[in-house]
Ligand binder design. Structure first.
Ligand SMILES: NC(=O)c1ccc[n+]([C@@H]2O[C@H](COP(=O)([O-])OP(=O)(O)OC[C@H]3O[C@@H](n4cnc5c(N)ncnc54)[C@H](OP(=O)(O)O)[C@@H]3O)[C@@H](O)[C@H]2O)c1
Length: 427
């Protein structure tokens, strides 16, 4: 067969605020990389023991903004290489295989799929979680495997069951006594921010299953409706209503699932019940801001005065005169437990990942939860026992051309449900 073009989305420029769909990433037809050769002969391009994947769906995830940074700035996930294809979660189909574990026609998901039409993963990545084979659950769209049946769903499922769990799961809790006190509390209240996204809507449903009253926030009327459909009891638009006032009226809250950080996290801490738990899952309020403009939690005038007296340079201490309450003391008075969670530690634990520093029993539990997710959740979703909402840009929207816009939409809130871009037909 004659070689075909293999267009790819290239990381072109580091953004200073929101990613620009025409500059930050560009669709290229004249670049080539070892993992997405261009042009490519589907029958004869050497695979060197790997597989050739036709890319079907690509996920637009908030964390991808964090990879659009200078190489020298360290973070939990490597920066994208300028001039090379961006990569992330995707669903594809094996077109040709030189690897014993994969056969033509099988479906794969991956967390490092190139944003291209065709992708050849490195052979070292040909195992879960980097490349995972799956058999689609009957009736479940393939795109859901980057949403509620994929990374965002896994995030909600593993973190909830690790840090909230059930009364019976006390042996898996970081602190058995705290766990028992927490679960003895009746009529618990959970608050979920960014409740209409794939993570938030999954968490709303887990909290309802646990018998909690659920408060959810989002930034538009359509999203509030969606939060209600997912089971939330109280919904509010954080752009129009004061989060602090809503939580004061509807709380105090026993669980806060934080997808946004900043003033919302501050308000949640200030309205926490005794022995509350906070899962810090995302901080999207700061993904697109300039360095130094992060939300400052300290605001009381006496604190500012004290810092001015104690420090020759007050900016060293970054006091802010914002009118938000000074809530951090509630961590002490309410004995709040705050957990930072990254799904990468659980689905792809590198030898130096924080999860690897934990006792083997905890690692085993985390691996078991992740495996349990793969067995249980696609079936729940297919049967309608767990709801999901997708926002898929179909082929008519331009395929790979849409990727830049989709990445911007999830940062600005233009998506309604899990944002996915279709790249090719499954034929
Ligand atoms: N820790 C982990 O392992 C892990 C894994 C997956 C996702 N996450 C994080 O979880 C969060 C939700 O992810 P998702 O995939 O479900 O995303 P999503 O809800 O589909 O998209 C992100 C949403 O955040 C909202 N948002 C943007 N700026 C905001 C701000 N300043 N304040 C409040 N809300 C804002 C927008 O909705 P509005 O219209 O409501 O503003 C936007 O639609 C993200 O922070 C993500 O980074 C973490």
């Amino acid at each position: 067969m004659a070689p075909v073009q293999n267009p790819q989305v290239i990381f072109n420029e580091i953004p200073s605020g929101y990613p620009d769909p025409n500059r930050t990433t560009i669709l290229s037809t004249n670049t080539s990389s070892p993992t997405s050769p261009n042009p490519i002969d589907l029958d004869s391009t050497p695979l060197n023991g790997s597989i050739l994947v036709k890319v079907l769906y690509l996920s637009a995830d908030p964390y991808m903004r964090g990879k659009m940074r200078p190489k020298e700035v360290e973070s939990y996930s490597p920066a994208y290489d300028l001039g090379k294809p961006i990569y992330g979660y995707g669903v594809g189909k094996v077109v040709r295989s030189e690897h014993k574990d994969f056969a033509k026609g099988e479906y794969v998901t991956s967390l490092i799929m190139d944003h291209a039409h065709y992708w050849i993963p490195p052979t070292s990545a040909l195992a879960p979680p980097s490349v995972r084979k799956f058999t689609p659950e009957s009736g479940l769209p393939l795109s859901v495997y980057v949403g509620s049946a994929g990374m965002p769903g896994r995030t909600a499922y593993v973190a909830w069951n690790t840090y909230i769990g059930s009364p019976e799961s006390s042996s898996t809790s970081p602190s058995r006594a705290a766990h028992e006190i927490f679960h003895r509390k009746p009529n618990q209240v959970a608050f979920v921010s960014a409740g209409a996204g794939p993570v938030g809507s999954f968490v709303i449903q887990l909290a309802k299953r646990a018998g909690m009253k659920v408060i959810a926030s989002a930034g538009s009327e359509d999203k509030l409706k969606l939060c209600k459909e997912m089971g939330a009891d109280v919904v509010f638009n954080y752009k129009k209503e004061d989060t602090n006032e809503v939580l004061k009226k509807e709380g105090p809250i026993d669980v806060y699932w934080d997808n946004v950080g900043g003033p919302t996290l501050d308000a949640a801490i200030g309205n926490a019940a005794l022995h509350a738990r906070v899962i810090v899952c995302g901080f999207i309020s700061e993904y697109n801001g300039a360095q130094g403009q992060e939300y400052k939690v300290c605001s009381s005038p006496s604190f500012v005065l004290m810092s001015l007296l104690l420090f020759s340079s007050p900016t060293h201490f970054s006091p802010s005169l914002s009118p938000t309450p000074q809530n951090l003391i509630s961590i002490l008075t309410q004995r709040i437990q705050i957990y930072g969670f990254l799904v990468f530690d659980h689905e792809n634990p590198a030898p130096d990942a924080p999860s690897r520093q934990l006792p083997p029993s905890v690692i085993d539990r985390s691996t078991a939860l992740s495996d349990e997710f793969d067995t249980v959740v696609p079936k729940w979703l297919a049967k309608g026992e767990m709801k999901f909402k997708e926002d898929v840009d179909g082929l008519e929207k331009g395929g790979l051309k849409r990727v830049g816009e989709a990445l911007l939409e999830v940062q600005k809130g233009g998506n309604l449900g899990k944002k996915v871009v279709q790249v090719a037909k499954d034929d």
